[in-house]
Design a binder for this molecule. Structure first.
Ligand SMILES: Nc1ncnc2c1ncn2[C@@H]1O[C@H](COP(=O)(O)OP(=O)(O)OP(=O)(O)O)[C@@H](O)[C@H]1O
Length: 670
C-alpha cells in the first residue's frame, strides 16, 4: 500500500473487506491444499525420476519454442496494431484475443481443422512429409497459439503508452526506422515486452487442453508436465501433487521476478510534461508586452557578440554551411517562407491554428499538409524521407530519451548519421559544455531539472548538425526564472546556428525577443509574416493585436473619409489621421493610451465611452484594467499606474469613462 495517503491506508470498509478476504481465501485454499498434501519426504526422488525430468525437459523445450514463435510473430504484430491504421484492425485485434477466451480444447480442434491430416493445410504439409498433429512441433504450435496473445496485448499496451514524439524526435535526428525501433522503441517498451514474454512463456508452460487435443499425450514427444499431472492423477495422486508443486514453484518464480523493478514503467523525465492530445500546460495569450521589448535579428555581426559569454567561440564540428530555407506548404496549413540562413521565425497563432501541423509537415511526419517545395540550402528536400531531411525538432518537453544519459542523448544524431562512437561522444560533450550542462553528461533525463533538460534537448538538436531547427514552445514547461535563463541560452546559441529556426510560441515576449520574423497562422492560413516591429505597429488581425496586448476592434471607415470608424460593436471611433474612406480594417489602440475617469471627462479626447471595470490585473509595475463597455461601447483595456487606480478607487464593477485621444488611435486597412 505504499504511496497511499495515511487515511486511506487505515480504513478498510467492511462491505469491501469481507468479500476481499473471501476472495483471498478462495485463491489461497487450493494452493494450501497442494502444499499440505505434497509428498515432502519422497519429493526429491519423485521429481528426479526419469518420467518427470523427461516431461520437464519437453515442457521447457515446447514453451521455449512457443515463446520464440510468439516473439518473432507477435512483436511486429503488436507494433502494427499500436502504431498503424489499416483496414480490419479491430478484427485483427479480436483475432489476437480469441485464443485467450476460447476453451483450449476448442483451440485444439481448430488447430486440427487447419493443420490436421484433413485440415486446410494438412494435405499440402503432408506432401512435404510434414505432420504436425501428435508431434512435438504440434505441441509447440498448440502452446504458441494460446500463449501469443499475452505477448501481443502486453506489448501493444506498452507501445500505445509510449508517446510517438520520442520516435519522431529520433527520426528527426537522422535515425532510419529500424534504428529508431532498435534504439528507442524497444528499450522504452522493454518492461512491457519482458512482462508479456514472461506471461506468454508461463502460459505456454502450463498449456494443456489445446496440446492434448492437437498433439496427444505421447511420453517423450508431446507429454509435457501439465499432461503428466493429468495422467498421474488417475494412478498416483501423490505424484500428481508433486509435479503440480513443481509447476506451482515455476509460476511463483515468474510472478516474483515480474515484481522486479524492470516491470515498473519508465519515468521519462522530470519534465515529462508531454503533450499528447489535449495534454500540456494551460496556455493563453500573455498580457501586454511592450513593443520596445526589443528583438534579435541574427546574423554574423550579432553572432560573435552574443555567443561570447558562453562556451567556446565556435560550435564543435566542421565549419557550418549556411542553409537558407525556401518552402511552400499547402493543405491543412498554407504558408510560404523564404528566409535567409540565420533567421529565427516565431510561429504564433491561436490554439488549433496549425502551428504544430506546419512543423510536422516540414519534418515529413504528417500527410495532412504537404511541403510542395522545401529547399534547404541548395538541396530540394520536398520528397526526402524524414530521417534524411536533417531537420531537428525539439518538442515542447524536450523528449529526451529516458534510457540514455545526457551525453548519449546528445550524441544520438551523430551516431545515427554514422559518426564513430568516440568522435560522436567527444562532439556531444563539447555541445553540452557549450550549453553549460557538461557536468550533467552522465545523468539520465530523470535526474535533470526542467531548464537542464531543455538545454540538453537543444544541445542534442544542434549536435545533429541540422539544416533547419524546429522548436515547439521550448520554454512553455519552465517556471518564470528558469525561462529567463533558458531564453538567454537560446538567444545566444541561435545566433550561431547556420540555418533557419522556426520557433512555435504562445508567448509574445518569446516571439519578439527571440525572432527576427513572426509568422502568424490562423485557421491554417498565414495572416501575417512580418518583423516584430512591423507586427507591433501594424497587426493585421484582432488576434495578433490582442496577443501583443493592444486594443483591436474590427470596423469600417465612413464613406466621407473624415477619420470616423464605425466599429462592428456599434460604437464610433475618431482617428486623427483620416484613413481611406469606406474601408474595412482594424482600429488599434495601445492600452497605455486609454485614460480612465470616474466622471465624464471634458477637453480634447474625442473618443469617450462609458463602461464598468470587469477585471484588474498587475502587469509589471502597472495595472491593466479591463473595462466592459455599456450602450454598445467595445471592451477596452487600459494600462494605468497603481496610484492612478488608487486615486480613482477602482474596483471590479466601478463605473468608469474611458477616453482615447484621436491621435492615439490607428486604423489598419485589412
Ligand atoms: N492528426 C490530425 N488529424 C486531423 N486533424 C488534426 C490532426 N491534428 C490536428 N488536427 C487539427 O488541425 C488543426 C491544427 O492543429 P495543430 O495541432 O497544428 O494546431 P496548433 O496551432 O499547433 O494548436 P495548439 O496551439 O493548440 O498546439 C486543429 O483544428 C486540429 O484539431
Amino acid at each position: 500500500m505504499r504511496g497511499l495517503p495515511e487515511a486511506v491506508k487505515k480504513r478498510i470498509p467492511l462491505p469491501l473487506g469481507i468479500p476481499a478476504a473471501l476472495a483471498v481465501t478462495f485463491l489461497l485454499l487450493p494452493l494450501a491444499g497442494v502444499l499440505a498434501h505434497a509428498p515432502w519426504s519422497s519429493l526429491p526422488s519423485r521429481l528426479a525420476s526419469h518420467e518427470v525430468t523427461q516431461a520437464l525437459t519437453l515442457s521447457l523445450l515446447v514453451s521455449g519454442w512457443a515463446l520464440l514463435i510468439a516473439l518473432l510473430l507477435g512483436v511486429p504484430l503488436a507494433w502494427l496494431l499500436a502504431r498503424t491504421e489499416f483496414p480490419g484492425k479491430s478484427l485483427v485485434r479480436c483475432l489476437v484475443m480469441l485464443p485467450m477466451v476460447l476453451p483450449p480444447t476448442v483451440a485444439g480442434v481448430a488447430l486440427l481443422q487447419a493443420y490436421g491430416r484433413h485440415g486446410i493445410l494438412g494435405p499440402a504439409l503432408a506432401s512435404y512429409d510434414i505432420t504436425l498433429p501428435f508431434s512435438t512441433a504440434g505441441a509447440v504450435m498448440a502452446s504458441a497459439f494460446v500463449a501469443m496473445p499475452f505477448l501481443v496485448i502486453s506489448l501493444e499496451g506498452s507501445l500505445a503508452g509510449l508517446h510517438p514524439r520520442y520516435e519522431e524526435t529520433a527520426t528527426s535526428l537522422g535515425a532510419a526506422p529500424l534504428r529508431v525501433f532498435r534504439t528507442i522503441t524497444l528499450p522504452m517498451v522493454l518492461p512491457g515486452l519482458i512482462a508479456g514474454a514472461a506471461l506468454s512463456w508461463a502460459r505456454a508452460l502450463g498449456e494443456f487442453g489445446a496440446t492434448i487435443t492437437f498433439a496427444g499425450n505421447l511420453p517423450g514427444t508431446t507429454q509435457t508436465l501439465p499432461l503428466q499431472v493429468y495422467l498421474l492423477l488417475q494412478d498416483d495422486p501423490e505424484g500428481a501433487t508433486a509435479v503440480s508443486l513443481l509447476l506451482l514453484a515455476i509460476a511463483t518464480a515468474i510472478l516474483i521476478s515480474l515484481r522486479g523493478s524492470w516491470l515498473n514503467p519508465q519515468t521519462p523525465t522530470k519534465t515529462g510534461r508531454g503533450r499528447g492530445a489535449g495534454e500540456g500546460p494551460a496556455r493563453g495569450v500573455k498580457p501586454y508586452v511592450r513593443p520596445s521589448a526589443g528583438h534579435t535579428t541574427r546574423g554574423p555581426a550579432t553572432a560573435a557578440h552574443t555567443a561570447a559569454p558562453e562556451g567556446p567561440p565556435r560550435p564543435p564540428g566542421p565549419a557550418p554551411t549556411p542553409h537558407p530555407l525556401r518552402t511552400t506548404v499547402t493543405g491543412a496549413v498554407e504558408a510560404t517562407l523564404n528566409a535567409p540562413a540565420g533567421t529565427t521565425i516565431a510561429v504564433v497563432g491561436p490554439n488549433g491554428a496549425g502551428k504544430t501541423t506546419l512543423l510536422r509537415t516540414l519534418l515529413g511526419l504528417t500527410t495532412r499538409a504537404t511541403a510542395t517545395t522545401l529547399t534547404l540550402g541548395t538541396e530540394d528536400a520536398s520528397h526526402a524521407p524524414p530521417h534524411h531531411r536533417r531537420i531537428a525538432w525539439v518538442p515542447q518537453d524536450g523528449a529526451l530519451f529516458p534510457h540514455l544519459t545526457a551525453l548519449a542523448n546528445t550524441a544520438y544524431g551523430l551516431r545515427a548519421q554514422g559518426t564513430p562512437r568516440a568522435e560522436a561522444h567527444r562532439e556531444a560533450r563539447q555541445w553540452l559544455d557549450r550549453l553549460g550542462v557538461g557536468a550533467l553528461a552522465h545523468h539520465r533525463p530523470g535526474r535533470l531539472s526542467g531548464g537542464q533538460a531543455q538545454r540538453v534537448a537543444l544541445a542534442r538538436a544542434l549536435a545533429a548538425r541540422p539544416r533547419l531547427l524546429l522548436l515547439d514552445e521550448p520554454l512553455a514547461a519552465l517556471d518564470q526564472s528558469t525561462r529567463t535563463h533558458v531564453r538567454h541560452t537560446l538567444r545566444t546559441h541561435l545566433a550561431d546556428f547556420p540555418g533557419v529556426c522556426l520557433l512555435v510560441t504562445h508567448d509574445p515576449v518569446e516571439a519578439v525577443s527571440l525572432a527576427s520574423h513572426v509568422l502568424v497562422l490562423e485557421n491554417g492560413r498565414t495572416v501575417q509574416y512580418a518583423t516584430p516591429t512591423d507586427l507591433t505597429r501594424r497587426p493585421r488581425s484582432p488576434w495578433v493585436a490582442r496577443m501583443l496586448g493592444r486594443n483591436a476592434w474590427p470596423g469600417r471607415t465612413t464613406a466621407d473619409g473624415d477619420g470616423t470608424v464605425l466599429l462592428d460593436d456599434g460604437a464610433r471611433l475618431t482617428t486623427a489621421e483620416p484613413p481611406p474612406a469606406a474601408t474595412t480594417g482594424l482600429a488599434v489602440v495601445p492600452p497605455e493610451a486609454v485614460s480612465l475617469h470616474t466622471t465624464r471627462p471634458t477637453g480634447s479626447p474625442r473618443n469617450i465611452w462609458q463602461g464598468k471595470v470587469r477585471e484588474i490585473t498587475a502587469q509589471g509595475g502597472r495595472l491593466r484594467v479591463l473595462v466592459e463597455g455599456t450602450d454598445g461601447a467595445p471592451e477596452t483595456v487600459a494600462e494605468i499606474t497603481p496610484s492612478a487606480a488608487a486615486d480613482l478607487a477602482l474596483a471590479e464593477g466601478t463605473p468608469v469613462w474611458a477616453s482615447i485621444k484621436a491621435t492615439e488611435a490607428a486604423f489598419i486597412p485589412l
